[in-house]
Design a protein around this ligand. Structure first.
Ligand SMILES: [Zn+2]
Length: 332
């Protein structure tokens, strides 16, 4: 039995000496456990007078190897740690730096321009109620103009995803008295089919200026000036009569199509112009709804922000703004 223990000891010792990696060490450890099991089983078959000495020898074997295996484990762990710390030749993983999305970039350019002009920024919730989104904006439930904004309802007919950021203007007016100048940037939702100029979720930046003596000329200046400051002084802007229930008179704002230089193309639907904003003098019914006098004067405008990065970066389709096309983003 003593000879058998010595043989096993030598065998395991050799294997342990050669274990320079965690997987090899694990094999030695499992062989060691197996040997221990065998030895204890063998010991039980011995006569009682021999059991004491053999038991002591096995326990000594067990203790010695447990210590040696633990030491070997520690050594391998330290070795791998040190190797990683000093190997300066290992190439670092590739780091891809992100960029701010073109929509947000152009949105912030406009925000900066309006802040320079003295506007402050107001935010509101994206889940709205019918009152703020339609009713107080001169669109009672029977108003046909509601059909112009095909709306996502969460709980028909009262709770909806806001179809414009004009509801932020309503909320602001309910809590503030004129004079003030605000812009309200944010996401809005409409049930629109995707085409080169439409997506069901898009960004708007709306502006509202209320105060004594505010007139249409002020509106024209603010809108034109913001385009010139972002796009350049030579940029063309066109105002044409239009209808919105919450403004009177109302105007549509178009910018010259940068893709075709005004000749007409698929992006501008052959017109040479792109509709980028709606504007007008705030309707007295809106002022009345928020508790102001009907004589109050002010103007409002609203940019469909998605079209502006298309023009700014010359992207011919709006949906590209929402596709993860890395090669496009790298060029912008
Ligand atoms: Zn065009």
């Amino acid at each position: 039995m003593a000879q058998f223990i010595d043989d096993k000891k030598r065998e395991l010792s050799d294997k342990l000496e050669q274990s320079d990696a965690p997987d090899k060490l694990q094999q030695v450890e499992s062989s060691f456990r197996k040997v221990m099991k065998e030895l204890f089983a063998e010991m039980k078959t011995l006569p009682n007078e021999e059991k004491k000495d053999v038991g002591a020898a096995i326990n000594e074997f067990k203790k010695e190897f447990e210590e040696r295996i633990a030491a070997a484990k520690k050594k391998i762990a330290e070795l791998s740690k040190n190797t990683a710390a000093v190997d300066l030749t290992v190439p670092s993983p590739e780091f891809i730096r992100g960029k701010i999305h073109p929509l947000i970039r152009v949105g912030r350019m406009f925000e900066e321009v309006y802040k320079e002009m003295g506007f402050s920024i107001a935010y509101g919730p994206e889940i709205e109620n019918d009152k703020h989104n339609y009713e107080m904006l001169n669109m009672p439930y029977y108003h046909p103009a509601r059909d112009m904004q095909d709306t996502f309802y969460l709980e028909y007919p009262k709770v909806l995803l806001r179809s414009h950021t004009s509801c932020v203007q309503v909320r602001y007016m309910l809590e503030h008295k004129p004079p003030f100048m605000i812009i309200s940037p944010g996401v809005v939702y409409r049930v629109d089919e995707i085409d080169p100029q439409h997506t069901p979720c898009f960004y708007q930046v709306e502006g509202l200026v209320v105060g004594e003596g505010i007139n249409l000329a002020n509106l024209k200046w603010a809108v034109t000036e913001s385009v010139k400051r972002v796009f350049g002084p030579e940029y063309k802007v066109k105002f044409s009569p239009c209808y919105y229930p919450y403004t009177e008179p109302s105007a549509a704002v178009d910018m010259g199509c940068i893709m075709c230089g005004g000749k007409g193309c698929r992006t501008c639907k052959g017109t040479g112009w792109m509709r980028v904003a709606g504007a007008g003098m705030v309707h007295p019914n809106v002022f009345e709804a928020v508790g102001y006098s009907r004589d109050t004067v002010g103007f409002a405008f609203g940019w469909g922000l998605n079209r502006l990065p298309m023009l700014y970066f010359k992207i011919n389709e709006m949906r590209k703004l929402f596709e993860n096309e890395i090669s496009l983003w790298e060029q912008l």
